[in-house]
Design a protein around this ligand. Structure first.
Ligand code: DX5
Ligand code: ZN
Length: 220
């Protein structure tokens, strides 16, 4: 399968949101990554439904929505209605993860589960067949522009082995501090989808940066 690039709109210029959505549309990016934060699960508040709605209105690519919120079950249907294609909840924020995953499927979306840097990948083994995307956080969630945590490579390898051992179909997504310096090693370790925020939007030519990331991820 082709390795996918998902620019994180957290690093976009919100004063020029439509321009930045169109840049991603025209680029070789595969998905839009949308970070929703509640100031409780993570120590920051990003944006919510109206901004997602605005992005959805202009986007022509799948919307990968990453919920960094407590009790995400409250909003599963709402995010489905707003146009999310993949809905990712945090393992650490779900008391009844299996139920949450069923609700996401029921609402017609792909299921995602994110794990914080301290969470062991094996904790997902009992629900791995219910997950379309495992999102491995390679920084502590809450902010863009943080340094990549090196332990992520071994987590991705271990997760890949667990998925193969279980004959599951889950894809592996890495989020946080992804750049042209680590993307190939992550691809080699078994990652399939790469979120990149500041590396893309702070570059001089974001479209070219996306193209480079995609080329590197697909030729490692
Ligand atoms: C962090 C978010 C990330 C963030 C990544 O909590 O989940 O998606 O936007 O930003 P960079 O690529 O700048 O680390
Ligand atoms: Zn994210």
């Amino acid at each position: 399968m082709k390795k996918l690039i998902a620019p994180s709109m957290l690093a976009a210029d919100f004063g020029n949101l439509q321009r930045d959505v169109e840049m991603v549309n025209e680029s070789s990016a595969d998905w839009f990554h949308i970070d929703i934060m509640d100031g409780v699960f993570v120590p920051n508040i990003s944006y919510g439904m109206p901004v997602l709605k605005a992005i959805a209105q202009h986007s022509v690519k799948p919307l990968d929505v990453h919920l960094m919120i407590v009790d995400p079950d409250r909003y599963i249907e709402t995010f489905g209605d707003l146009g999310a294609d993949v809905l990712t909840v945090h393992f650490e924020a779900c008391t009844h993860l299996h139920r949450s995953l069923q609700a996401i499927r029921q609402a017609g979306m792909k299921t995602g589960v994110a794990i914080n840097p301290h969470t062991n990948v094996m904790l997902l083994e009992d629900v791995i067949h219910d997950i379309d995307v495992v999102l491995v956080m390679s920084v502590n969630p809450g902010f863009g522009g943080q340094a990549f945590i090196e332990n992520t490579y071994s987590k991705v390898k271990q997760l890949k082995e667990m998925i193969v051992d279980n004959e599951a179909h889950a894809k592996i997504e890495v989020d946080g501090g992804v750049t042209d310096a680590n993307i190939q090693k992550l691809a080699e370790a078994g990652a399939d989808i790469f979120v990149a925020g500041s590396h893309v939007f702070n570059s001089n030519d974001p479209k070219e940066t996306i193209q480079t990331l995609s080329d590197l991820a697909n030729n490692y």
